[in-house]
Design a protein around this ligand. Structure first.
Ligand SMILES: [Zn+2]
Length: 80
């Protein structure tokens, strides 16, 4: 299941469902998030594991959140 691509649409839908504070940025307070089109991978120190993430960036101040791709996948796998 981990090779299923994550789309911006899925990340946005996941955040819309989970975000409980109206979507304001914790740094500047604006609601100007941009979901990145690509999934990224953060390696651990030994480079033998990687964490897949979907970056969500505030276009006003640059604050960046990393949403776990596997949690988004689980969210959509549980919807049916
Ligand atoms: Zn911001």
């Amino acid at each position: 299941m981990d090779d299923v691509p994550i789309s911006k649409v899925k990340v946005r839908a996941h955040l819309k469902k989970k975000w409980n504070k109206g979507g304001g940025c914790g740094v500047c307070g604006e609601n100007a998030w941009e979901v990145q089109a690509e999934e990224f991978f953060l390696p651990n120190n030994e480079m033998d594991k990687r964490l897949s993430v979907c970056p969500v960036i505030c276009s006003q101040c640059g604050n960046t959140m990393l949403i776990s791709s596997s949690i988004v996948r689980k969210d959509f796998a549980n919807r049916s």
